[in-house]
Ligand binder design. Structure first.
Ligand code: GUN
Ligand code: FE
Length: 420
């Protein structure tokens, strides 16, 4: 048995409404798996080395369920547009550059360096249509020690010719090269969204998902103009989600499926997502930046949907999942105040749940410190966040999320491996 013990203040979600705080506990990692947290170190683990983090906070790693590695280079720029215009003016011209492997080397190198240092331990990533650059990113992600799904984007219409592929052949080749190649880095089928893929391409990649047993990720019900466009493009679909379902890209029969946004999902789309086990990637900052709207997250949670959190860089400006938590809370309050009092705003504890357990479900038993969960953890030091009064551990955690950043992370573990 190989493993170790972390001693400190253990904080994780007991459920979607409550963070459980276990002060001065021993957190056990055995062969990359968590064996729980204990007030007294159990005899069975007495031989493991104890890393003393007394006084520090220990939280599960955060899962970023939706981030565009290929847009990282222009994060924080060009936010004065809505989605469809923003894609034309910013996303597409930047993504074109990834035909050049030297550019990809530089840009993806920066992306991975930032992500490795961030709160994120696991991520679901979009690249571009370019197979070779995508394989380069996967190599770098594997070296980083982070866990990820990486998706070569599919597009063959309604975008500049330089971003249109002729068919699914490059995607098949990419799957041949990468499915099963890495321990921590897996491919995921990634139609950009319905408007950018012909029926033929959607049909072909839906089949590839089954043939290679690879999950699916995409965007759904993000922006009102986009939703109207999808109605026109797939008139026989009852809603946007159904347009994916027509091509076997919406999570039926055990296909793992992740959909970003769901700002405007109606009852029928919610019912389909629930039945098919689709996981929602809530991307609150992006939804504000490109003025899409605010997703009713508590409605989805109360309905029993599975929801995690995402940065959606470069719709979102920053890779920080702490910031994503704050944006989720703040936008939900404005939605409640200005639009709809039937959906309660998100609490801090629920935002923490979304960033840990909520998103962790897409990766398996991930996002909490229960026995049998994979051991992803961050050790947080808040010594720089001055306060004159006594505060609780829960308050310290809340303050780190609001005021802190990656510099407050002093150790990071993924699957039991220490990254720093
Ligand atoms: N829908 C289609 N492509 C994109 C993208 O790159 N970002 C966001 N936020 N939405 C999309
Ligand atoms: Fe996106």
């Amino acid at each position: 048995m190989s493993g170790f013990v972390l001693k400190g203040h253990i904080c994780h979600s007991a459920d979607k409404d409550r963070i459980e705080i276990l002060e001065d506990h021993y957190l056990i990692c055995e062969d990359g798996i968590c064996r729980g947290a204990f007030a007294v170190l159990p005899e069975a683990y007495a031989s493991l080395p104890v890393q003393d983090m007394s006084g520090k906070l220990i939280i599960p790693g955060l899962s970023d369920l939706h981030i565009h590695a290929s847009q990282f280079g222009y994060r924080g720029l060009g936010m004065d547009m809505e989605l469809l215009e923003w894609l034309e003016h910013h996303a597409f011209p930047e993504e074109r550059k990834f035909a050049d492997l030297d550019y990809a080397e530089l840009a993806y190198g920066q992306f991975v360096r930032h992500l490795r240092r961030s709160e994120t331990t696991r991520a679901c990533i979009f690249t571009t249509i370019h197979r070779e650059a995508t394989e380069l990113l996967m190599e770098k992600m594997e070296e980083s020690g982070l866990v990820s799904y990486v998706g070569k984007v599919n597009m063959d219409r309604h975008c500049p010719e330089f971003l249109q592929e002729k068919d699914e052949s490059e995607t098949r080749l990419w799957l041949e090269h990468t499915a099963g190649k890495y321990q921590n880095t897996k491919p995921i089928i990634t139609p950009r969204f319905i408007p950018s893929c012909t029926d033929g391409l959607l049909y072909a990649i839906g089949r590839l998902s089954r043939e290679y047993d690879v999950p699916v990720q995409s965007h759904v019900s993000e922006n009102l103009s986009e939703i109207q466009w999808v109605k026109e493009l797939v008139p026989d679909a009852v809603n946007y989600g159904d347009a994916y379902a027509k091509f076997d890209l919406f999570g039926k029969d055990g296909q793992k499926c992740l959909m970003s946004h769901c700002v405007y999902s109606d009852e029928r789309e919610m019912a389909m997502m629930k039945e098919n086990g689709v996981v929602i990637a809530h991307s609150p900052e992006s939804n504000m930046n490109v003025a899409s709207g605010v997703a009713p997250i508590n409605r989805y949670l109360d309905y029993g949907l599975r929801v995690g959190l995402a940065t959606d860089v470069a719709g979102g400006s920053h890779e920080s999942m702490f910031r994503a938590m704050i944006h989720a809370i703040q936008s939900s309050k404005l939605r409640w105040r200005l639009l709809d009092q039937s959906v309660a705003p998100l609490t801090f504890d629920t935002a923490f749940y979304l960033a840990t357990r909520g998103g962790g479900v897409f990766f398996g038993k991930v996002g909490a410190f229960e026995d049998g969960f994979e051991f992803d953890a961050l050790v947080l030091d808040d010594a720089n966040l001055d306060h004159p009064q006594q505060i609780t551990t829960h308050e310290r955690l809340e303050r780190i999320v609001y005021l802190g950043d990656e510099r407050n992370i002093i150790h990071k573990y993924v699957r039991g491996v220490g990254l720093f």
